[in-house]
Design a protein around this ligand. Structure first.
Ligand code: OAD
Length: 236
């Protein structure tokens, strides 16, 4: 197709809100219910790994009750006509389940657990399944260290940020969906866009975006916003 574009998405918790997964910072969001530094920081993990293990067991239990929403499906459907890369801050697998084949997880993956001594070593990764998703606190990885969720905790480096930035730098269209852009380095990815490319932001609320970018705000939820993007892409 001659009008084939490279479309890069940056998604956050709002992408999965219509699937029934709570966002973090909206009213009633996850960080109102749980102290973020206890359950999602490196210090919190060291202080009380059992609590953190139980917190992520609960997140997995919820994930298995959810399905991709219309927005996830529309993102995946664009692969028929375009090169699509999804960079997500979400740890769920809803983009993959909707059919997206090129997903970069910036903040880890809920269905994976790893060695706490050697987090990025795939030898010690395990993939959890719906009938075996619960990690018993105290379980060890194959290297003898405590098995931990494969989540990028606050205070830790984000290993996938460099490949993500490289993809953003090659985008013809950049689409941001459902992120408050509070958390770095993910929020800084917009700085890697080539100058002048169309940038769309889908979010029902106002989100503060750095100055100097050509951002069109589609003030809608993920599914409705993606319907509009699909229409616009027909015309670009
Ligand atoms: P936030 O909870 O900070 O932001 C969610 C955004 O989604 C807000 O701007 C909402 O307005 C928007 N939103 C709500 N409902 C929506 C809908 N139906 N459609 C589209 N947008 C909607 O979540 P993130 O920005 O993703 O990290 O948070 C970033 C990181 O902070 C997370 O990856 C997580 C968290 O701490 C870790 O846990 C490592």
């Amino acid at each position: 197709m001659s009008n084939r574009k490279k479309i890069v998405f940056l998604t956050g918790a709002g992408m999965s809100a219509e699937s029934g997964i709570s966002t973090f910072r909206d009213a009633g969001g996850l960080w109102e219910q749980y102290p973020v530094m206890q359950v999602a920081s490196h210090t919190g993990w060291l202080q009380d790994p059992d609590l953190v293990t139980r917190f992520y067991n609960e997140r997995r239990r919820q994930l298995f009750t959810t399905q991709p929403c219309g927005g996830h499906k529309l993102v995946a459907s664009l692969e028929q006509d375009h090169e699509v890369v999804v960079i997500t801050q979400n740890v769920d697998d809803l983009h993959e389940r909707a059919g997206s084949t090129n997903v970069i997880h910036l903040h880890g993956e809920l269905l994976k657990v790893c060695s706490s001594r050697d987090v990025e070593n795939p030898r010690y990764w395990q993939t959890l399944t719906p009938d075996n998703y619960e990690v018993v606190p105290g379980t060890l990885a194959a290297d003898g260290s405590l098995l931990r969720p494969y989540i990028v905790f606050f205070e830790e480096a984000v290993p996938m940020i460099a490949p993500a930035a490289e993809q953003v730098g090659k985008a013809d269209v950049f689409v941001i969906i459902g992120t408050s852009l509070n958390v770095y380095p993910a929020a800084g990815l917009i700085n890697y866009t080539r100058s002048g490319i169309p940038i769309y932001l889908i979010d029902p609320k106002d989100v503060s975006v750095p100055y100097g970018f050509n951002v069109t705000h589609i003030k809608a939820g993920a599914t409705e916003g993606m319907k509009q993007i699909v229409e616009k892409l027909r015309r670009i």
